[in-house]
Design a protein. Structure first.
Lengths: 326, 346
């Protein structure tokens, strides 16, 4: 394996609270290899987006990355100056957001916005950028690209807007594309199209994708590897097949059980009881201990270490560790 | 004194030239943009009368701003009049188009005493206490009104945008400082502050505009700050940041354009408010010379006379009313049209 496109090492991102800073991303480490799709999975409020924003150094104030190491395309992100970081964003790594409805400036034509994105990183004429934009529109399968160029966001459907966002994000052929819930706000048929498009682009451009989602269906379609996050920590990671079929952490199993499946249509859909606690209520020890049905005494006080289930498939759980030991 | 007067009318001519060039440039630029040219056509369709009315006022004001010395005088023109710069509006009236005192509209004789007028039956709106033609004075008032509204807005809007956007966008210390200034200004009765500033700065038209500008930016600054606060968190601003757009770029391309509808609405409200508050200042005796407010102020005791002298008040207040009404109509329409959500998704 060559140099990873993104390497996050023990990153701690915190927000100020009433007594001291509260971590929202708690010493998370992960790697995205060149051309790979890594899915970051978890419920809402688990710190998935914050992890991605930390990687881009876009954590909204007053939050900040307190410690750890982040490497994007071999460059130390936390050590870059503001201007250097700005050059990295969009060129080496780009982002797609959840809400295509509000991710485009309503008072500018979509074409002008893509042109702006291109001309930010390359000194080319408006005309050259325009023809590049039209090519990009073609590539992300926007029909009637000439007319769409002069359209305002409110004149486009959600799916088309998301395509424009994707066109903007891949305009510089970034090494890494961070897709933060790219299909959540779209309806099902459009979701499938967008997933298909992302897969094609990933193959054509060789872009690595950090896919943030809570939709395991999307994960199954796109991901090479999966990292499961819960309450600010990574709790399980491994290849797609390993995690989806042999996910061992109680949380992962809970997630998998809550997917509606044809085979279990007679049974009630299971759910994980309770909700993700807010960062200031995170328990000591294993974060999942408050909702886990395999909880042990020590889960409440000790943080479980790494257990290797299979090659490249690791997790943090005392219960599974005991089982493996047996 | 004479030299300063010369300076003033040359400066005024240059400003007119600059305004015309600016308007021409803005017009060609707007024609190239789909959004603005469509907005322009839509405005003309919705509010043709108000638009034409405003245009007439602007024309009158511009004509009154182009002035030069001498020339065009009649044989028996008064020498003093000839040596002063006279505007195009002044030149539409003969230099000696004056009476000795009040005369009713289109009257043949003076209002008091009944002696024969110099120009019987030609004063469309009568003459004032000094025998000046009221129509002439009213037309000249347009320039003062537009000067008050325009120049003060030119001070208020950039100031409020600068302060409001920096406070809302950067937050923290900058926000604290701006808000301290805003709160301080807002806690002083604005009319008293206005009067104090005019006393300190002097009583010229520019000074009055500056004074009104300094007291008037606070409200708009608050609105801008709040709106920027909201815009800053929006997805497209985050997206722009993720693409590597600089802070200045985000402010210029994403924040400012999305504040333009507020600027338009504020400009309209401010404009009418300013012209009206100048009338109040005139009532207090510290207004701008030649304004409609001053004419109304003078009409105060004319109304108490018997028979009543109404044409002075009528001319000034009608002009004021028509201008403000047109501006409000157009502003309302512009706001509706510029809102991207009501642009219509054809």
């Amino acid at each position: 394996m060559s140099v990873p496109v993104l390497r996050i090492d023990e990153v701690l991102t915190t927000f100020p609270g009433t007594d001291g800073r509260i971590p929202v991303v708690d010493r998370v480490s992960l790697e995205v290899a060149e051309g790979e799709v890594l899915a970051l999975v978890g419920e809402s409020g688990c710190g998935k987006s914050m992890t991605a924003l930390s990687a881009m150094r876009l954590v909204p104030k007053p939050g900040r990355v307190d410690s750890g190491h982040i490497e994007l395309c071999g460059r130390d992100v936390l050590g870059l100056s503001v201007n250097e970081m700005r050059a990295v964003r969009g060129r080496d790594a780009a982002m797609i957001f959840q809400e295509p409805m509000t991710s485009l400036n309503p008072v500018q034509t979509v074409g002008a916005q893509v042109v702006e994105a291109i001309r930010l990183h390359e000194r080319i004429s408006f005309e050259a950028a325009r023809s590049r934009t039209l090519d990009l529109f073609e590539q992300v399968q926007i029909p009637d690209s000439e007319q769409r160029f002069d359209a305002y966001p409110h004149q486009l459907s959600g799916g088309l807007k998301q395509r424009v966002m994707i066109a903007m994000a891949v305009s510089m052929r970034p090494k890494l594309l961070i897709a933060d819930e790219p299909t959540t706000a779209l309806d099902v048929t459009i979701q499938a199209q967008i997933i298909e498009l992302l897969r094609e682009l990933q193959r054509e451009l060789g872009t690595a994708i950090l896919l943030i989602t809570h939709d395991l269906g999307v994960v199954n379609e796109l991901a090479d590897r999966i990292a499961v996050m819960y309450a600010g920590r990574l709790i399980e990671r491994g290849d797609r097949v390993d995690v989806l079929s042999n996910g061992a952490h109680p949380y992962t199993r809970g997630l998998l059980r809550s997917i509606p499946a044809h085979a279990r249509r007679d049974q009630a859909l299971s759910e994980i009881p309770g909700v993700v606690p807010s960062p200031r209520e995170w328990p000591a020890g294993c974060r999942f201990s408050t909702r886990c049905d395999h909880v042990q005494e020590r889960c409440h006080s000790e943080v479980p270490g790494v257990t290797t289930v299979a090659a490249g498939h690791t997790l943090h759980c005392f219960d599974v560790a005991d089982e493996v030991a047996r | 004194m004479n030299e300063a007067l010369l300076e003033a009318h040359i400066v005024s001519n240059l400003i007119v030239a600059a305004l015309l060039v600016g308007a021409a440039l803005a017009f060609t630029a707007a024609r190239r943009s789909v959004l603005w040219s469509r907005a322009g056509r839509e405005l003309l369709r919705r509010r043709p009368i108000a638009l034409v009315t405003i245009l007439v006022f602007v024309m009158v004001a511009l004509l009154d701003s182009v002035a030069w010395v001498g020339g065009g005088g009649t044989e028996d023109a008064i020498a003093l009049e000839q040596s002063r710069p006279r505007s195009l509006i002044d030149r539409m009236f003969a230099p000696d188009f004056k009476e000795k005192s009040y005369s009713a509209p289109l009257a043949d004789a003076e209002f008091y005493g009944g002696s024969k007028l110099e120009h019987p039956g030609t004063h469309l709106l009568g003459t004032d206490i000094l025998g000046r033609d009221v129509l002439h004075l009213t037309l000249k008032g347009a320039r003062v009104a537009l000067l008050i509204g325009g120049l003060t807005s030119l001070i208020v809007i950039p100031l409020a945008l600068l302060m409001g956007i920096s406070a809302g966008y950067f937050g923290g210390r900058i926000d604290d400082i701006v808000f301290f200034v805003v709160s301080t200004l807002a806690s002083i009765p604005s009319l008293l502050l206005l009067i104090a500033l005019i006393m300190a700065l002097g009583r010229g038209p520019v000074q009055v505009c500056i004074a009104m500008g300094v007291t008037g930016w606070v409200g708009f600054c608050r609105i801008v700050r709040g709106e920027t606060f909201k815009l800053r968190e929006l997805d497209y601003v985050q997206a722009a940041r993720a693409l590597g757009v600089s802070e200045i770029g985000i402010i210029l391309r994403h924040i400012l354009p999305n504040l333009m509808h507020l600027v338009v609405i504020t400009f309209v409200l401010l404009f009418s408010g300013l012209v009206l508050s100048e009338a109040i200042l005139s009532y207090l005796g510290i207004g701008i010379d030649g304004s409609w407010g001053q004419m109304i102020d003078q009409a105060r005791d004319e109304l108490a006379r018997d028979p009543i002298i109404w044409w002075n008040l009528f001319a000034a207040s009608t002009a004021l009313f028509v201008l403000i009404l047109s501006v409000n109509f157009v502003g309302d329409a512009v706001r509706d049209i510029l809102d991207p959500k009501t642009l219509g998704g054809e």
